[in-house]
Write a protein that binds this ligand. Structure first.
Ligand code: LLP
Length: 424
């Protein structure tokens, strides 16, 4: 469910015409809907309203501080994986006590910053990380709140590049080594054990892997308590998949996911933490692009648009499917034909859709790439020296350019010609 719909024949974000936005801001651009962000956050949170829980939005899915602020105002916590993300959360006014720090390779400086900001928890992923955190906390004369991220060796049945819970994935502490690591942690002076953590992957559309992993986590909590550890919270990670328009079966709803979580946690008396990203931001954003040229080659049609793989890399990186619709509804009645929607970047992998049956587009048409709010702008780059595109946040009939289009001056100003070129 999202708030991008045709009104009077034109795609709107809430009450704002995308044609108007395109005229005022230029293309391409990302457009986010406040109502959709809020709705998704609430649906997820409300699925756990009968539990002691905190939803910590995974900032990596969309890290614009206006998006973070929108969710923070609803009481969301934040899951960060770098000092940069932690700084974004703080810039949006999120207190440290609502921030958890995940990630397999935190540096001493990042630990220091997290401790100074008094964050809720560090999700630790290795023995060496645990010891470094203890040292950093010791030097600051504080205690670091810690949960270990457990790798349960469960196949999340998602794209190989976004699976994190299998034994061969780099993430977490092997399930069978967890008790030993907790024992070591309990002997460290500046570590305070507070919970356990897991995150098995992203865009998971089958509840079975979640159930299998949560069962293991539950068994571990009982064992750890038996070993004398204080386990106050369980962090169940993120990963709940969303519909992209090509699924054969409906994706599970937050309530279905919540039922699985509760089955395994309800009698443990733990606070529940969650790290959803895509589920909140995915459907809340679109990428708007304009058709530059239509090229009809032999037996093949290419629709060349002004957005490219540097703006949205998901189709080529993960073979991801995104629905593409015309901004003008009348175009939907044009005859359909198969086409590749491609960008201007000089790579064959530069596409937004391949061999897709779509209404025959014409030069100048505006298109909307749907479900682009998660891992769209955050994964974008300047490849081919293309400027980072604007992000726009809509609220009812108002909009704000929450990140302007980069200028060429911005792009060039960060680089430097060495002085030795002027020495001769
Ligand atoms: N927690 C941790 C520790 C994570 O690594 C992630 C995502 C999340 C939470 C949020 O997962 P979500 O609820 O969004 O599935 N760029 C890829 C997705 C990478 C996911 C990385 N980790 C894509 O575009 O599909």
């Amino acid at each position: 469910m999202h708030h991008f719909e045709y009104r009077d024949g034109v795609l709107h974000a809430e009450e704002l015409s995308i044609e108007r936005l395109a005229a005022e801001v230029g293309t391409p651009f990302y457009c986010y809907s406040t109502a959709t962000l809020e709705r998704h956050f609430r649906v997820f949170r409300d699925a756990f309203s009968d539990t002691d829980s905190l939803v910590c939005y995974a900032i990596k899915s969309n890290s614009n501080i206006a998006v973070i602020k929108t969710l923070a105002e609803l009481g969301s916590g934040m899951d960060v994986v770098s000092e940069g993300e932690l700084r974004r959360a703080r810039a949006a006014g999120v207190p440290g006590e609502r921030i958890i720090f995940s990630g397999v390779g935190k540096t001493a400086e990042e630990m220091q910053y997290g401790l100074a900001e008094k964050i809720l928890c560090f999700n630790v992923e290795s023995e060496q990380e645990l010891f470094l955190l203890n040292d950093v906390a010791g030097a600051m004369n504080v205690s670091a709140p810690v949960s270990m991220r457990i790798n349960p060796d469960v196949d999340p049945k998602t794209h190989a590049k976004i699976s994190t819970g299998k034994a061969e994935d780099k993430f977490g502490v092997p399930y069978r080594q967890a008790r030993e690591l907790y024992k070591q942690a309990s002997q460290l002076n500046n570590i305070k054990i507070t919970g356990v953590d897991m995150h098995i992957g992203s865009q998971i559309t089958d509840l079975q892997p979640f159930g299998d992993a949560f069962q293991l986590l539950r068994d571990l909590v009982i064992e750890l308590r038996g070993d004398g550890h204080n386990i106050d919270h369980i962090d169940l990670g993120g990963g709940l998949g969303i519909p992209y328009g090509n699924q054969e079966n409906p994706v599970p709803l937050p309530d279905d996911y919540a039922a699985v979580v509760k089955t395994h946690t309800k009698d443990l008396g733990c606070r529940l933490l969650f790290e959803p990203g895509r589920m909140i931001t995915g459907n809340s954003g679109i990428l708007v692009t304009r058709v530059l040229f239509v090229k009809n080659a032999i037996d093949k049609s290419f629709t060349i648009v002004d957005a490219a793989m540097n703006d949205l890399i998901r189709p080529t990186l993960y073979e991801a499917y995104h629905d593409i619709i015309p901004v003008s509804d009348t175009r939907n009645s044009s005859p359909r034909q198969k086409t590749d929607i491609v960008g201007p970047v000089c790579e064959t992998g530069d596409y937004l859709a391949l061999d897709r049956s779509l209404p025959a587009f014409e030069q100048g048409d505006l298109l909307s790439v749907m479900t682009a709010g998660a891992y769209g702008a955050t994964l974008s780059s300047q490849y081919n020296s293309r400027r980072l595109i604007p992000e726009i946040l809509v609220k009812k009939d108002e909009y704000c350019v929450i990140r302007p289009r980069e200028s060429y001056e911005d792009m060039l100003s960060r680089e430097k010609i060495p002085s030795w070129f002027s020495e001769t």
